[in-house]
Design a protein around this ligand. Structure first.
Ligand code: KG4
Ligand code: ZN
Length: 332
């Protein structure tokens, strides 16, 4: 089954062609990073306008790169939520009109389910069940995953998401947006042991996370050091990153242990983090666990993961109705 995927939940306009939920024929992602960069975060109104400009070229680009005509598409899958409503509406309305004119089924997809299923676009997907850490700009959660569309939430952040903490710390240090990639690179030049930041909720009693106190600890450190902090930026970001990575890796490995499960997946934008990937691999090999992390291009927002999970709904006959609508917050 050839599924055409569309994703516009935040600041990436994406389209992809995926066969049978696993083989990517094309995946085009048009990023708006340059538009939002001066503001240090995503401006919803600008995001919607840019999606409107980009959606047709991105869709055409995905068809051309896949080498298929639109008549060959069997179904359309599109992100329905959670995300920015104005941004979601662009992709959602495009997708249902596209499917309507082609007279094919279409299905609205939960963006988080897309991230969880991103591991199935790689050659060595995990067997069920597995535990997944989803860490992105909007969410940080651990799931016990039993099928492509079946999963139970084990814990989640009580305040900021991990990616949001990266972005906010980068903003405090004038490093630009999005902060994850910049901090990832800069941390390599710093000493992660030099400045010790708190590891919130690292105790084993909960799978919940909290990153806002850590963010405040970094802010206090900056405020307490006057202009002197400027020479310490690599050490500050390395210390901050080490705290985030310690908590994330500890909790996902512990979740596997509690569930008596040997397989771990890391998904979402923060799964692209080089230190996190290394640390989880290391801890998991100590515990005899296998780790599944998508390639960097599939960690961030993309439409291939949406087409991938869409296939699993569509093949069991589940599709959306023309009257369906988008949603901004988590819903199942
Ligand atoms: O999954 P994603 O593309 O969008 C959301 O659904 O939120 O995640 C974006 C988040 C941003 O906060 C960004 O700073 C973070 O992922 N990120 C990273 C890295 N690359 C992206 N965080 C840490 N290290 C990275 N290499
Ligand atoms: Zn995402």
């Amino acid at each position: 089954m050839i599924v055409f995927g569309i994703e516009t939940s935040c600041d990436e306009t994406a389209a992809a062609v995926v066969v049978d939920g696993k083989e990517i024929l094309s995946s085009i992602v048009s990023s708006q990073v340059n538009i939002h960069h001066p503001y240090g975060g995503v401006v919803p109104e600008l995001a919607s306008r840019k999606h409107i400009e980009a959606i047709v070229p991105v869709v055409n680009g995905a068809l051309t790169a896949a080498g298929i005509d639109k008549k060959m598409i069997d179904a359309v899958a599109v992100t329905r939520g959670p995300g920015l409503v104005g941004a979601l509406l662009v992709g959602f309305n495009f997708a249902r009109a596209f499917a309507f004119t082609l007279d094919i089924p279409w299905v609205g997809i939960n963006h988080l389910e897309g991230h969880i299923n991103s591991v199935f676009l790689e050659l060595d997907p995990p067997p069920f069940p597995f535990v997944a850490l989803l860490a992105s700009g909007g969410h940080t959660s651990i799931y016990y995953v039993t099928s492509h569309t079946g999963y139970a939430l084990m814990g989640q952040t009580r305040d900021d998401a991990a990616g949001e903490a990266y972005d906010k710390v980068a903003k405090m240090l004038d490093l630009g947006y999005p902060g994850g990639v910049v901090i990832d690179r800069m941390a390599e030049k710093g000493d992660p042991e030099k400045i010790s930041f708190p590891r919130p909720f690292i105790d084993k009693s909960t799978f919940d996370f909290s990153f806002s106190g850590l963010k405040t600890a970094v802010l206090r450190y900056i405020q307490n050091h006057g202009n002197g902090y400027r020479k310490q930026v690599p050490d500050i970001v390395a210390g901050f990153q080490e705290a985030v990575v310690d908590v994330l890796s500890d909790k996902i490995c512990h979740a596997a242990k509690v569930k008596n499960c040997n397989h771990i997946a890391l998904v979402g934008g923060v799964a692209a983090n080089s230190r996190l990937r290394k640390k989880v691999m290391h801890e998991a090999s100590r515990d005899g666990l296998t780790v599944h992390i998508p390639s960097v291009g599939l960690c961030g927002d993309n439409a291939a993961m949406i087409a991938g999970v869409g296939y699993h709904y569509l093949k069991t006959g589940i599709s959306s109705d023309l009257s369906d609508d988008v949603y901004s917050r988590i819903r199942r």
